[in-house]
Unconditional design. Structure first.
Length: 313
């Protein structure tokens, strides 16, 4: 079955793939920092509290795990300088809680980014992915402001394309690596972005492990005229069969224009994969030309690695 993807702002539903399926209730997302102190002091722990409600403010009928989590949360500041991909703890009845900057309560190793999340004042874009019907996902978007005087960071310069190829060095392991990007535009308007990692000897890097049911994840974020443009991408052929949760779901590309892990850590029997991934932006998911940040997330021995890139598309 082809997955049906639905995209929503905090209160507006937009159509995704054209499939006939029972309509689910409209969902909304409410976010706040809870507890004391507020995140004004970046050294002190604080909770991020998220509530998913239906369109009448009530408890959603059901939220299903997908890729082994009930909620996948991506947070990006307005200057696109960083990205965190974390998983709030499901407390039932549409309520989620995430301890920020408190290692004692991070019982999920895939929430390690929460230790440093929201350390800088300013506006952050939050993209929460949930599922309220089998083989469907909903993307909810909300903003939150960290108190204090914002200090924007300049975005790194985009990679220089030589034709349709661009290279850059990345930090991966003790010796580092080289990332080679290739772009391939099809006549139908779709765009294929391939990232290949090579080690210091020029050989293709390997030893990558499954994470959240996939060989890698890609997060693409840019600034559109009406707000953020968001895509959560999975590589072609990157789904790991037999992963827990709704491992058969493939979200493809997700767009949010307001008005995306802890999976399969079975070390003894896990297959490793080469460092080459192709992400597809289909014709229906095309992004306008401009500068975007792309975060490639993959798992190696020792934990998840997040590799940032700036791409002109």
């Amino acid at each position: 079955m082809i997955p049906c993807i639905r995209f929503r702002t905090a209160a507006v539903l937009a159509t995704g793939l054209a499939l006939v399926a029972p309509p689910a209730e409209a969902l909304q997302l409410k976010v706040r920092f809870g507890g004391s102190p507020t995140p004004r002091d970046a050294s002190q722990p604080v909770n991020l509290e998220l509530t998913v409600t239906d369109d009448e403010g009530g408890v959603p009928s059901i939220l299903l795990p997908h890729h082994e989590k009930t909620m996948h949360l991506v947070a990006v500041p307005e200057d696109l300088s960083e990205m965190v991909h974390i998983h709030p703890v499901d407390q039932g009845k549409g309520r989620f809680r995430l301890p920020i900057r408190d290692k004692r309560h991070l019982d999920d190793p895939d929430n390690s980014q929460a230790v440093a999340a929201f350390a800088r004042p300013g506006r952050w874009w939050l993209f929460a992915e949930v599922s309220d019907f089998p083989d469907q996902t909903v993307l909810l978007q909300e903003d939150i402001v960290v108190p204090g005087r914002p200090k924007s960071k300049p975005m790194p310069e985009p990679l220089t394309w030589a034709g349709d190829v661009a290279t850059t060095s990345v930090a991966l392991g003790q010796t580092g690596a080289t990332a080679t990007w290739t772009r391939n535009r099809h006549p139908d308007g779709s765009l294929l972005l391939t990232c290949r990692l090579t080690d210091a000897t020029g050989e293709e890097a390997g030893g990558f492990l499954p994470w959240l049911g996939m060989t890698a994840h890609g997060v693409l974020v840019g600034k559109g005229p009406d707000g953020p443009i968001f895509r959560h991408l999975h590589p072609e052929g990157g789904m790991i069969h037999g992963a827990g949760g709704q491992g058969g779901m493939n979200h493809g590309a997700m767009t949010m224009e307001p008005g995306a892990h802890h999976g399969g850590h079975h070390e003894a029997q896990v297959q490793t994969y080469p460092g080459k991934w192709t992400f597809v932006l289909g014709a229906d998911d095309a992004v306008p030309g401009g500068i975007y940040r792309f975060w490639l997330q993959t798992r190696v021995e020792g934990g998840v690695r997040t590799l940032p890139f700036t791409l002109r598309l």
